[in-house]
Design a protein around this ligand. Structure first.
Ligand SMILES: [Zn+2]
Length: 241
């Protein structure tokens, strides 16, 4: 049976002499493996469809639980991601988060759209790579059922002013008086609000980018029980304070 679907390539491993086994993120069925034949031969016609980050329409042949790529039409290979090390790592971060969250059901489609949108931003927009990744992680967390509350103190509702805490279990900030969770910073809170497209105070985001990424990494790692190693590497190479 043939099945046509949009998909994002999350990875691939060499298989047999000339083939690859791709990890595809599809909007309808989530993450699946699909064989693609002959793509490691020189001049292989479908080589583009086996590249990491490729966003394409795939025609898959379905046999039992196995999928094989029959043909593909490339929408975007996001080539510029390979030209900037931070953007490249951030794109790998998106891939890792998709795999960690491994969504299914009706929330799948919005996560798929968010992943493609984040890849586009990383490849072509002048936006900050870390902020794009953090924004995607917030969306992914929400779609996976681990919503992060950025609306003041999650307990008493007070504004988040100084010395806030972050409650990793509940996914919310708490104020100094309520003080539930681990110590966090005001800059993390405002940077997360910025990345979530909420109102924020620019001067309070200073130095918050890496903190926000670190917090979201720890949060998603805890919720999904998956290590997001490439995001740790991004934090290491990142030159921002
Ligand atoms: Zn409070």
């Amino acid at each position: 049976m043939e099945w046509k679907t949009d998909a994002l390539v999350l990875g691939g491993i060499d298989y047999k002499d000339h083939d690859k086994l791709l990890t595809l993120f599809t909007a309808e069925r989530g993450i699946l493996l699909a064989g693609i034949k002959g793509v490691r031969k020189p001049k292989a016609k479908l080589a583009f469809a086996a590249q990491p980050f490729a966003f394409a329409e795939y025609v898959l042949v379905e046999k039992g639980e196995h999928y094989t790529v029959k043909s593909a039409y490339l929408y975007d290979g996001f080539y510029p991601l390979r030209l900037d090390v931070e953007r490249f790592y951030a794109a790998n971060g998106i891939v890792a988060v998709c795999k960690a969250v491994a969504p299914d059901g009706e929330r799948l489609h919005s996560l798929f759209v968010a992943a493609v949108q984040a890849m586009k931003e990383l490849a072509y927009a002048q936006t900050d790579a870390l902020e794009t990744l953090v924004g995607f992680m917030l969306t992914a967390a929400g779609e996976a059922g681990y919503f992060v509350d950025l609306d003041g103190c999650g307990i008493c509702g007070a504004e988040i002013e100084d010395e806030p805490y972050f409650d990793f279990d509940a996914g919310q900030f708490t104020c100094r008086e309520c003080s539930v969770g681990s110590r966090a910073s005001v800059s993390t809170y405002h940077t997360l609000r910025k990345c979530a497209s909420l109102a924020y105070e620019e001067e309070k985001t200073q130095g918050g980018k890496k903190r926000a990424l670190r917090l979201m990494k720890a949060f998603l790692e805890g919720k999904t029980d998956t290590e997001l190693a490439c995001i740790g590497e991004l934090l290491q190479i990142c030159t921002e304070p």
